[in-house]
Write a protein that binds this ligand. Structure first.
Ligand SMILES: [Zn+2]
Length: 99
């Protein structure tokens, strides 16, 4: 499975909609590919922000809007994220991983 195919399956993987066989394939790619692993952690963080409403309600309004915009975007569509906002989101991800 290449990077494109893995990223295309990430939201299914996160939503636990893949078969056991596909999960194994995605996981082995994530282990071997730092780019996709990074993307996976970012997607996971965004998805958790959406689910944890209390977290997102505490987030600054502009950040919350961008996260929602990112989460609602069709797969493969490039979102124009403000570099400052992206840094805030990435800082948030780093904190999450260290916990
Ligand atoms: Zn990859």
């Amino acid at each position: 499975m290449n990077c494109y195919e893995t990223v295309a399956r990430l939201h299914l993987y996160l939503g636990r909609e893949l078969s056991t066989e596909e999960i194994t394939i995605v996981q082995s790619h994530l282990t071997a590919c730092p780019d996709c692993e990074c993307r996976f952690h970012f997607d996971m963080r965004v998805m958790r922000l959406i689910h944890e409403r209390c977290t997102i309600e505490k987030a600054p309004e502009h950040l919350r809007e961008k996260v929602l915009q990112f989460a609602r975007a069709p797969k493969g569509e490039q979102i124009d994220i403000d570099p400052d906002v992206e840094m805030e989101i990435r800082a948030d991800i780093r904190i999450d991983i260290e916990e």
